[in-house]
Design a protein around this ligand. Structure first.
Ligand code: UDP
Length: 335
């Protein structure tokens, strides 16, 4: 039985990857420090004999006994609200956490796939974004902690590949959605659906003319699975090129949920990319991959998931999870 370590396993993407690797017959070691992840996402897997959970921070030294075939490094906060609240942890997991994973891959002779992001392109001046574009990133803006950590992650991964001959894979993930997204992580899809379900107006940032291209999680997982098993060491964009403005997206959510609320405009956050759409020619060519799930299908499944949440989950605030930068109380996370 092949053994895979998945970091960030209790998060949105990590938990779907755990499902996929269990389904494919792997032994899965799931690791998470549970700062943004939630055990509820993998509760259905914990009774399985071929599934192990380690409550651990990957930014600290990691030890795994025995053999390991694959590592998927998916631990990281991944929403602009999280970067603002836990900026130093965001930097550490992308840099120190990646270093630890690469060291483990070297020690075990394991192949490693790291989760990079369309954020390496920053507020892109090239559209759609292909892998040869170097990006337009503000290193000192609010998103800099994530963007630069992920750029460092790619650099150190290529260095381990070139210097230590480690088998490495880099996926650049574009906006992805589906069940198990955190309702209050500030991302646009859970924000809009949560607001519709609570009978609140939908908060559109700016005039809503900025664009995004949303990929359903099952499509993303398929692309990642194929990339891991490929022999391609350079970055590959995985995402859905079906681009939409945030205003149109809000209108789709209003229609889907049947809410009587409306879109209201809020200030646009700093460095919010104006447009984003993956060029997926490379994934098509190398992986024979392209997305299959339309936004209408994917949004319906995702809406059904959010509808099934309890009223406490729907109305609860997660802000107490890690406290504000100024709070030194027991909830504040050590950064
Ligand atoms: N956005 C919005 N309302 C919200 C949350 C986000 O209009 O309540 C916008 C945000 O400004 C951005 C887009 O939706 O232009 C996608 O935001 P998200 O945080 O989901 O992802 P990212 O900006 O990282 O792509």
């Amino acid at each position: 039985m092949k053994k895979v370590l998945i970091t960030g396993a209790a998060g949105f993407l990590g938990s779907h990857l755990c499902d996929r690797f269990i389904k494919e017959g792997y032994y899965v070691i799931a690791m998470d420090n549970l700062i943004t992840g939630d055990m509820k996402n993998i509760a259905h897997l914990t009774p399985l004999p071929q599934f192990d959970f380690y409550h651990q921070d990957v930014s600290k030294y990691i030890h795994i006994s025995g053999e390991l075939d694959y590592i998927l490094h998916f631990a990281s906060p991944a929403s602009p609200i999280d970067y603002l609240k836990i900026p130093i942890q965001t930097l550490k997991v992308g840099s120190l956490g990646t270093h630890n994973c690469l060291g483990l891959a070297k020690a075990k002779g394991a192949r490693i796939l790291v989760a990079s992001t369309s954020e390496v392109y920053g507020d892109p001046l090239v559209h759609p974004q292909n892998e040869d574009y170097w990006g337009n990133v503000n290193p000192i803006g609010p998103r800099g902690v994530y963007d630069e950590a992920k750029r460092f992650q790619e650099a150190i991964t290529m260095a381990y590949h070139r210097y230590h001959a480690i088998e490495t894979r880099i996926v650049r993930i574009f906006n992805t959605y589906g069940p198990r997204m955190r309702l209050n992580d500030g991302r646009v899809l859970p924000a809009f659906i949560g607001q519709a379900l609570r009978g609140e107006d939908l908060t559109m940032f700016g005039d809503g003319s900025q664009t995004r291209s949303f990929c359903y999680v099952d499509d993303l997982v398929e692309g990642i699975y194929r990339l891991l098993l490929s022999d391609y060491a350079y970055p590959v964009n995985v995402g859905n090129p079906d681009e939409i403005t945030i205003r149109e997206f809000g209108e789709e959510i209003i229609k889907l949920t049947g809410t009587r609320q409306k879109l209201i405009s809020k200030p646009l956050p700093a460095d919010d990319p104006k447009q984003r759409r993956p060029d997926i020619s490379r994934a098509r060519e190398i992986l024979g991959w392209e997305p299959k799930v339309s936004r209408a299908e994917g949004l319906k499944i995702t809406y059904d998931y959010f509808k099934s949440l309890s009223p406490e989950e729907l109305h609860g605030s997660e802000h107490s999870r890690y406290g504000t930068p100024y709070e030194q109380g027991s909830h504040a996370v050590s950064q």
